[in-house]
Design a protein around this ligand. Structure first.
Ligand SMILES: [Fe+2]
Length: 353
């Protein structure tokens, strides 16, 4: 049991009140607890309520005279008895010095943070428990406001990021269009590759991030050609071996252009590898089979088909059926056989080409 009579103070020079009697420590402690803005309820070792301050009366909506001297367990609704008993046992056994529960008073729109703490004497014997209730309604309101603010901010950032990414895509696409506009033989090449490759990817993956990436990579795969010498890029005849080596630099240049933009990380990789061959004889890295990124294996087919069926200064365009036959002939050597079969299925059903 908590010792209810606390030793009276004996110092001099203290305020002695209207009665002329110096208030004892017990009165001072009691008055202090009474005046705290937090609700305070103290129970003794027998779970009997021995103290309730004004704030606790207010928070709990109950007059202290009705609950003082009663078991704290019985002051709760029947369905909560076991839970309260367990909490008191938890404190009595000293498994934790204190614990905190958030409680909502939905009727009054209030939120409280209740701290439950065991009270022990100098030897560590359990002599009671205290519940301190703090009104955290305002704090919660601010936290909720902050959460809504952060959510709006995230949405705003996402919108701005998407806007910026769209701008980057538009800028890069314009660059590709400008590059192709200079050369009647390559005009529209990237757009056609993008359409064919994305149809292939969508046939397998559906409308998906993979297909979207392949579509974008199709548009930008040859962007590295902006780094090539004009005289080589627009040469009307066949290229010399040295000139061909120069042209072979465009996948690496393309990767270098795209890589600094976060949104183009994946696309940059596909641009680098769109001239790899399934048998490892391609460039720039001579990757083989499934070492080649899947998107690049798709692009290689769409790119070659479009190159074959396009007009060139040194040869006319190949018939679509013949170009499809060429792809069929080179499955497993130049092209991924699985993706090649996807292309052929779409070609013969009139979906691409
Ligand atoms: Fe290329």
């Amino acid at each position: 049991m908590i010792k209810k009579d606390i030793r009276a103070g004996t110092g001099s020079g203290c305020y002695r009140g209207e009665t002329g009697m110096k208030p004892n420590e017990h009165d001072i402690f009691r008055a202090t607890l009474e005046q705290l803005p937090e609700g305070i309820i103290i129970v003794d070792a027998d779970d009997e309520i021995i103290f309730v301050n004004r704030a606790a009366e207010e928070i709990r909506g109950v007059a202290r005279d009705r609950i003082l001297g009663r078991s704290v367990i019985l002051c709760h609704p029947q369905k909560s008895h076991d839970r309260v008993r367990r909490a008191l046992q938890f404190l009595r056994e000293g498994r934790a010095g204190a614990f905190v529960r958030m409680v909502a008073d939905t009727r009054r729109g209030k939120h409280y943070e209740n701290t439950y703490a065991a009270i022990r004497d100098k030897r560590g014997n359990y002599i009671g428990s205290v519940v301190i209730s703090r009104d955290v309604t305002e704090r919660r309101r601010l936290e909720e406001e902050k959460a809504v603010y952060l959510q709006n901010l995230e949405q705003k950032v996402a919108q701005l990021t998407a806007g910026f990414e769209d701008m980057c895509v538009s800028a890069m696409t314009s660059l590709v269009n400008a590059l192709e506009a200079k050369d009647p033989y390559t005009k529209g090449h990237s757009l056609r590759v993008s359409e064919t490759a994305s149809r292939m990817a969508e046939h397998v993956y559906g409308v998906s991030p993979e297909a979207r990436e392949v579509q974008l990579a199709g548009m930008l795969h040859d962007i590295g050609k902006v780094g090539l010498r004009e005289s080589v890029l627009h040469k009307p005849g066949r290229l010399t071996p040295e000139e061909f080596e120069h042209v072979k630099e465009h996948p690496v240049i393309g990767e270098r252009i795209l890589l600094p933009i976060e949104r183009f990380r994946g696309v940059a990789k596909l641009a680098r590898h769109h001239h790899e061959r399934f048998d490892g004889m391609g460039y720039p890295d001579g990757l083989k089979g499934k070492e080649i990124p899947e998107g690049a294996r798709i692009l290689a087919i769409a790119d070659s088909y479009d190159a074959m069926t396009s007009d060139r200064p040194y040869r006319g365009p190949m018939e679509p059926e013949r170009a499809a036959e060429e792809i069929k002939k080179n499955l497993g050597s130049q092209f991924d056989p699985e993706w090649g079969r996807v292309f052929l299925e779409l070609f013969y059903s009139g979906t691409v080409g």
